[in-house]
Design a protein around this ligand. Structure first.
Ligand code: UD1
Length: 365
């Protein structure tokens, strides 16, 4: 068995790290070796969006870097496909493993499917049912052509079955991103980032925004920012800026309260520390909804929908939409101490990658 693991964008790195470790552990204890190759598409390429994550998570240097960089959706996807096809023809993998829902995920899955290489999709079946999200298209299409679909929550199984995916291909294994979080939680406590950003534990909230629907639409961005300005009158806010949000922030022309601290994207261990000690988080990210649920930190998701419903039904997450009034009101609720009870979802226990590799090893017998 020879697996090519694909990473491209920031949220992929924390998902691949435990999978590669689990393959190494399997190879130590089994005679049936699994060969693994790591391909980075280069979708994210800034040091702060990519290399520092490899350092913090001790991911081996990619064997192959496709260096595609930024472009329109079609150009980026096409360039990844063109370059990845050559890699597959040369490396002759039996399996291609893709994670999540970014352009690199669908591009590499599509190449593999045409070459009759088996596709493993980790974090399959999540659905926002909002087809204006580029990630939703990537999820639906990747799942339709995958051979082994590993899911993080039970809702994913219903979604996949509704789309006609055979139940034999679906495996509920837990959440590999949470494997990484649990492994690094203690180490992240050593980070000095609160001092660097002049923050006091429990006395600040974190904001992250990067969804095109929130940051590329200047009117909506302004509306969200007027909520943030108001909230920052009650508690300091820290905002690590995703490259996509940068130009929209510049266009605000200083219309930002000085109780909001901006900083560059944070590296993994620093961000984990910043999340762990926050009073609450405001975000439009997918992964942060899950991470805050495990950390027990209230999360207000600035979106109308989520593909991760277990974070609401069991976790600390709440959808608050994009209107000022609701965002401010929900933040005040938290500040007044009104938070929801939460629990850690089933199988989010740090062992998801181990389960996946066990299943892969059996599937090859
Ligand atoms: C991508 C994913 C999104 C994921 C996010 C995490 C898709 C469709 N979207 O969105 O699901 O949540 O990554 O970050 O795959 N840029 C840089 N440096 C970089 C990378 C990007 O400056 O290292 C800038 C470029 O100007 C680029 C813009 O950010 O045009 C957006 O990057 P892109 O990879 O296209 O999408 P993201 O918005 O990051």
């Amino acid at each position: 068995m020879k697996i090519i693991h694909v990473v491209g964008a920031r949220p992929n790195f924390m998902k691949i790290a435990p999978l590669m470790d689990a393959v190494i552990a399997h190879n130590h204890s089994s005679k049936r070796h699994i060969n693994q190759v790591l391909v980075h598409t280069g979708q994210h390429y800034d040091e702060k969006m990519s290399r520092l994550f490899f350092d913090d998570l001790r991911i081996p240097k990619p064997d192959i870097d496709l260096e595609v960089g930024s472009a329109s959706h079609a150009e980026q996807t096409a360039l990844i496909m063109e370059r990845f096809e050559k890699v597959c023809l040369r490396e002759k993998p039996t399996h291609v493993l893709v994670v999540g829902d970014v352009n690199s995920t669908i591009a590499c899955a599509l190449v593999a499917s045409k070459l009759n290489i088996r596709i493993i999709h980790v974090e399959a079946g999540l659905r926002s049912y909002d087809r204006t999200m580029p990630e939703e298209i990537n999820r639906v299409l990747t799942d339709a052509i995958s051979d082994l679909l590993f899911i993080t929550e039970k809702s994913a199984e219903e979604n996949l079955k509704r789309e006609g995916v055979n139940g034999d291909k679906i495996f509920f294994v837990g959440n590999v991103m949470i494997d990484t979080l649990l492994k690094h939680k203690e180490k992240s406590q050593e980070s000095d980032i609160l001092n660097t950003l002049r923050l006091k534990a429990q006395d600040y909230a974190v904001i992250t925004l990067h969804r095109p629907s929130n940051v590329d639409d200047q009117n909506r961005f302004k509306e969200i920012f007027s909520a943030l300005n108001e909230i920052s009158g009650k508690i300091p806010l820290v905002f690590p800026i995703h490259p996509r949000a940068k130009s929209s922030i510049d266009k605000l022309n200083g219309g930002v309260n000085n109780n909001i601290t901006f900083c560059e994207p944070l590296r993994y261990l620093d961000f984990l520390k910043v999340m762990s000690d926050a009073r609450f988080i405001l975000t439009d990210s997918g992964g942060i909804q899950e991470e805050t649920t495990v950390l027990g930190i209230p999360c207000l998701t600035i979106r109308e929908n989520t593909e991760r419903p277990v974070t609401i039904s069991q976790g600390t997450n709440k959808l608050v939409g994009t209107g000022k009034e609701r965002i401010v009101q929900e933040a005040e609720n938290i500040l007044y101490g009104n938070t929801q009870n939460s629990m850690i979802p089933e199988l989010w226990d740090g062992k998801a990658a181990e389960r996946i590799v066990k299943i892969l090893a059996i599937s090859e017998k």
